[in-house]
Design a protein around this ligand. Structure first.
Ligand code: IMP
Ligand code: MG
Length: 173
């Protein structure tokens, strides 16, 4: 079940998106920004943040899923890959949450092989204490404790993505 009390409110989310967009807009002046949303989880954060980034940009998406066989190894599958040419682009990956870091590390190395002009990562949430693979993250919205959260694009079993705020999810026992 989803706890009734927001863990992060609509207002906190809105303010943080504005703050991150401000930093990104300043850092990407004069660059060729390609914002890449990692679906499905980042779909709401992505569409919120691109609308308040104040530099020209192009968008693309990546659909990836990770299958954790146990706590330490993960296998990442790509279901849709970036279609834009990235050699002359400053790529910014936009993710909903970083947990073990397995997914993002895999995507990062894969994109780096294609030789973008630059590559940075922005995540709305960071569960830092769960990290297993060290991935450099340039923009973090909120560092959160080791709780499973839903809403604002984040799901449990593809549900609760439409909650406008973020809540802690507890499995009913
Ligand atoms: P990682 O490869 O372990 O970093 O996994 C990251 C992915 O796991 C995210 O993109 C989410 O899809 C999912 N995930 C991790 N923690 C949560 C959570 O608390 N709520 C919803 N999805 C999560
Ligand atoms: Mg995700």
């Amino acid at each position: 079940m989803v706890s009734g009390k927001p863990f992060l409110t609509v207002e906190q989310i809105h303010n943080k998106v504005g703050e991150l967009a401000g930093r990104i807009s300043a850092d990407y002046q004069g660059k060729d920004l390609l914002a890449v949303g990692i679906l499905k989880g980042a779909f709401i954060f992505f569409s919120d943040i691109v609308r308040v980034i104040r530099v020209p940009l192009m968008i693309d998406f990546l659909i990836a899923s990770s299958y954790l066989k146990d706590e330490s190894t993960g296998e990442v599958k790509i279901h849709y890959d970036i279609h834009e040419e990235i050699a002359d682009k400053d790529v910014l990956l936009i993710e909903d949450i970083v947990d073990t870091g397995v997914t993002l590390n895999y995507l990062r190395e894969r994109i780096l092989m294609k030789g973008p002009r630059s590559l940075k990562i922005c995540t709305f949430l960071d569960k830092k204490e769960r990290r297993e693979v060290d991935v450099p993250i340039d923009y973090v919205g909120f560092e959160i404790p080791n709780e499973f959260v839903v809403g604002y694009g984040l799901d449990y079993d593809n549900k609760f993505r439409n909650l406008p705020y973020i809540s802690v999810f507890k499995k009913q026992t």
